[in-house]
Design a protein around this ligand. Structure first.
Ligand code: ATP
Ligand code: MG
Length: 417
């Protein structure tokens, strides 16, 4: 019996992977312009890292983590998100000593035990950024401008940016209490889950998908109206800077995030193209996180983009791999041996060359050259071996040029390199 992959975990196959590479390469390019460097952290971390940072009462920690004991009975978790591991590494490696402003990005697989469906998987991939060390609202606007720039670069425009401020340890507890009181008065209208969590995680009720919860919270007190003056100023500055940079956005006072560490600016990039998996990117400020994990008291902000959702949105504008620059069709053993040497020579000077390995007929070899979308073909038979030259055929317009076999590398490097 053959063995299949784990439910909710997908292979990324040739034909699809080109789109992934395009998305990743574009990120390197765009993020590089804003001074971000890549950081790579291990896939598993100590479970405690996520419990302490994401929060014990969040969906991720309560229900979604891939947690297991290793052979020494240490509790490990496959990372469900990237911010906590990056901050762990930041603290452990004292990156703040290298530069007072750290701009980092990462990409890689994340793991959450969720019900698999379109745009929601158990192994999925995030592309994320973090900035540590800046409280100024300019950095919030710059991170959002970079997110906007990235989407322009990859050619996805059917997204809109929603921003909110969740306040800080000064003003959020007051708002939280006001919200709990409000929810208490409407408890019977809330779904079972929200009835259970309205005291431990009241903000989450605001973005519950259940109809009853949405109706019951239409007039819920707004977090924005309960900000302290420092948070209010900060949020106004973020909006002003976004305006100055012409970054389109709307304020969504009901947007909360599913992770406890967020304060002040939070945001989501949403689309109406993916059903209920409508968030393609999300992030915000986490000013207390570094300190709570045992590091210096430094503010931070970041976002994560879900790559599977981007690939779905690219849909039929997928990126197609380039075909060979030359396909050599050979007739007979001697010609195949000569073609093999020529192919290797071309590859070693940087020309993408292909040939047939299966002893196929000339017709079948030409079919393959077409299928691979070769730019040029060359037919090698007895006659060509003897004369030392062959017809180089340009597949775009079918024109042919006689070229000496020894000169082919030169001709093709001239054309392609
Ligand atoms: P959602 O509300 O869709 O569950 P989330 O708030 O849990 O998203 P975050 O933790 O903020 O998501 O992660 C950032 C991004 O990662 C999301 O906007 C989404 O694009 C992507 N993402 C999150 N969970 C999954 C998943 N299980 N499968 C695929 N992509 C995901
Ligand atoms: Mg989720």
């Amino acid at each position: 019996m053959s063995i299949n992959a784990i439910k909710g975990m997908n292979d990324i196959l040739p034909g699809e992977v080109e789109t992934w590479q395009f998305l990743e390469q574009s990120a390197r390019e765009v993020f590089g312009l804003y001074g971000f460097s890549e950081i790579r952290t291990p896939v598993p971390e100590k479970t405690e890292l996520f419990c302490r940072s994401i929060g014990e009462t969040t969906d991720i920690v309560e229900k979604e983590m891939y947690t297991f004991n290793d052979k020494s009975e240490n509790s490990l978790t496959l990372r469900p998100e990237g911010t906590a591991p990056v901050m762990r590494s930041f603290i452990q490696n004292k990156l703040h000593n290298l530069d007072p402003v750290s701009k980092l990005f990462y990409m890689g697989p994340m793991f959450r035990y969720e019900r698999p469906q379109k745009g929601r998987y158990r192994q999925f991939h995030q592309l994320g950024v973090e900035v540590v060390g800046v409280e100024d609202a300019k950095i919030d606007a710059q991170v959002l401008a970079m997110l906007h720039h990235y989407f322009v670069r990859i050619g996805i425009d059917s997204v809109s940016l929603q921003v909110n401020s969740l306040g800080c340890p000064e003003c959020r507890p007051g708002y939280r209490n006001t919200l709990i009181n409000y929810l208490e008065s409407r408890l019977s209208d809330l779904c079972e889950e929200c009835q259970r969590r309205y005291q431990t995680n009241p903000l989450r009720v605001l973005d519950c998908k259940a109809q009853g919860c949405q109706v019951a919270t239409v007039d819920a007190p707004s977090v924005i109206e309960h900000l302290c003056s420092a948070c209010n100023d900060h949020f106004s500055q973020v909006k002003d800077h976004l305006g100055a940079l012409n970054i389109p956005f709307e304020v969504n006072a009901r947007m909360v995030r599913g992770l406890d560490y967020y304060v002040r600016t939070t945001f989501e990039l949403v689309t109406d193209k993916l059903g209920s998996q409508n968030a393609v990117a999300a992030g915000g400020r986490y000013d207390g996180l570094v300190e709570s994990l045992g590091g210096p008291s430094l503010p931070g902000i970041g976002f994560a983009i879900g790559l599977e959702r981007l690939v779905l949105m690219k849909g039929d504008q997928r990126i197609v791999a380039e075909g060979p620059q030359l396909f050599i069709a050979a007739l007979g053993k001697e010609a195949a041996d000569r073609a093999f040497v020529l192919m290797s020579q071309l590859q070693s000077v940087g020309v993408y060359a292909e040939m047939d390995y299966l002893g196929k007929s000339l017709k079948a070899q030409m079919r393959r050259a077409n299928k691979l979308n070769a730019a040029f073909t060359l037919i090698l038979g007895e006659e060509e071996l003897q004369s030392g030259q062959a017809q180089l055929k340009d597949m775009a317009d079918s024109s042919q040029t006689m070229v000496a076999l020894d000169a082919i590398a030169g001709v093709l490097t001239e054309k392609f390199i």
